[in-house]
Design a protein around this ligand. Structure first.
Ligand code: FPP
Length: 246
């Protein structure tokens, strides 16, 4: 099925967020160590980023490393962080050629120095690009985001810069790590797991959720097209009824 031809350009989600899951299981299926799965996951990252930019999606967020991922075996954590630095340095020119801006959300201060440096360098180099923004969620969790926002709001109140009665949703959003990024309309999770796993808890409130059994290293452009077609068939009501939308 040629899903790409079924996509309605005027109904594209502006922001797609992806939980890239199943690298470990993919490696196991190939009788290889887990790291082999992560390495092959990079191919899927490249394909998905390219496909999203070609379609005209403006923001693509990838859950690359959660705050819970520190609990994995040290060897795997090191390999993941190393892979990230390696991929960033290899792919910066691709981002430049394709006019893609890189940014990141998460507790970046707690990342190892060399990881943070590679990331900040990529962000700096690509900051003027305008076609699409690629957001890496790194050392990120949705609850961390809400808690850091609450802490900074409390600080602003304490310093007399903010009146508690002024705090509304719009204000609150300005304290989240995603303050410059619109909420995702669409979230994809690969590997068959059907949960959001502490990813963008606040921001996904109205997102359409899509789960596929494809393991992340096998995810290709055609899978993204298929997901977007499914998104476009959903009716997004935002608490209203069908007749009101018509
Ligand atoms: C989940 O699979 C995947 C991750 C925790 C990391 C994803 C990282 C990459 C694809 C590498 C590079 C990323 C970028 C953005 C350069 P899992 O290990 O939880 O798989 P499992 O559930 O089958 O064990």
């Amino acid at each position: 099925m040629d899903y790409k031809s079924l996509i309605i350009p005027e109904k594209l989600p502006q922001h797609v967020a992806i939980i890239m899951d199943g690298n470990g299981r993919w490696a196991k299926q190939h009788s290889k160590p887990r790291v082999f799965g992560h390495r092959n996951g990079v191919k899927a990252v490249r394909e998905t980023t390219e496909a999203a930019a070609e379609l005209g999606i403006k923001y693509l967020t990838l859950y690359a490393f959660s705050t819970e991922n520190w609990n994995r075996p040290q060897l795997e954590v090191n390999a993941l962080l190393h892979l990230l630095v390696e991929t960033l340095s290899k792919e910066i020119h691709t981002l430049m050629e394709n006019n893609i801006r890189l940014t990141a959300i998460g507790d970046l201060a707690a990342l190892p120095d060399h990881t943070r440096r590679a990331l900040l360098e990529g962000i700096e180099k690509t900051k003027a690009n305008t076609r699409m923004t690629l957001v890496l969620a790194l050392n990120y969790s949705g609850r961390w985001d809400i808690v850091q926002a609450a802490r900074n709001i409390a600080r602003s109140v304490q310093e007399g810069k903010l009146d508690p009665d002024q705090i509304d949703e719009k204000h609150f959003q300005e304290y989240l790590a995603t303050r410059e990024i619109p909420d995702p309309e669409f979230m994809i999770r690969t590997s068959g797991e059907q949960r959001t796993s502490n990813f963008l808890c606040y921001q996904l409130a109205y997102a359409e959720l899509y789960f596929t059994t494809v393991l992340w290293p096998d995810f290709r452009k055609e899978h993204l097209y298929q997901a977007i077609v499914a998104y476009q068939q959903r009716e997004r009501r935002f608490g209203m009824i069908s007749e009101q939308l018509a």
